[in-house]
Design a protein around this ligand. Structure first.
Ligand SMILES: [Zn+2]
Length: 203
């Protein structure tokens, strides 16, 4: 039976597993840890393992699935085998494990990553508000400055609700604002590596 754990390691990577179960891994291979209240992605996803720099949780793909779904190692292996079609068990198809991550785990995980996204966008907007402020009344307003004027108070409201809101308010966002947060995530991914133009006269 030990062979199945090795076989899983050989055939599915850690990043594939976490993505399959709905977690977002950023370009640096980091994601928000589902095992503690993680505001910034502090869990590193390696090829075969994970490690959280926040709470110290670590393990392999089978261990991750076991922990998320509250399963024994062997049942987590069965679940992975079933979900990825690995055929490692005789009755693979007959024993789908239907356990889902608990509603609360999904909620917590979403709140964590939404907070990270919205805070990062808010920081950008604050930066643009100062950096691109028109120098005199004849200046054509910079598009990023205008974006900060239009978005900043709304984004601040979202951020504060995610960070400090009541559980009811947070649940309300979880129910209704997924599309809004996804839009911000996409916007942010476009500006993340945006370097400000060099100031005239410098260098
Ligand atoms: Zn953690």
């Amino acid at each position: 039976m030990d062979g199945v754990f090795e076989e899983i390691k050989d055939r599915v990577s850690m990043p594939e597993v976490v993505k399959f179960y709905g977690f977002d891994v950023n370009r640096g291979g980091m994601m928000c840890c589902p095992f503690h209240d993680d505001r910034n992605p502090s869990m590193k996803i390696y090829e075969q393992n994970y490690y959280c720099f926040g709470c110290g949780e670590s393990g392999d793909a089978t261990g991750f699935v076991a922990k998320i779904y509250g399963l024994r190692q062997i049942d987590a292996a069965k679940k992975i085998s079933y979900d990825f079609g690995l055929g490692l068990f005789d009755h693979d198809r007959a024993v789908p494990i239907k356990t889902e991550p608990s509603e609360n785990q999904k909620f917590r995980s979403w709140i964590n990553s939404a907070t990270a996204i919205v805070s990062a966008y808010f920081d950008k907007l604050s930066d643009w508000r100062e950096r691109y402020r028109p120098k005199n009344e004849n200046d054509k307003p910079n598009a990023l400055f205008v974006e900060s004027l239009q978005q900043m108070s709304y984004v601040e409201y979202l951020r504060d609700t995610l960070k400090f809101g009541s559980k009811e308010d947070q649940h309300d966002m979880y129910e209704h604002d997924k599309a809004v947060i996804e839009k911000i995530r996409q916007r942010l991914s476009k500006v993340k590596y945006y370097a400000p133009p060099p100031r005239r006269g410098s260098i």
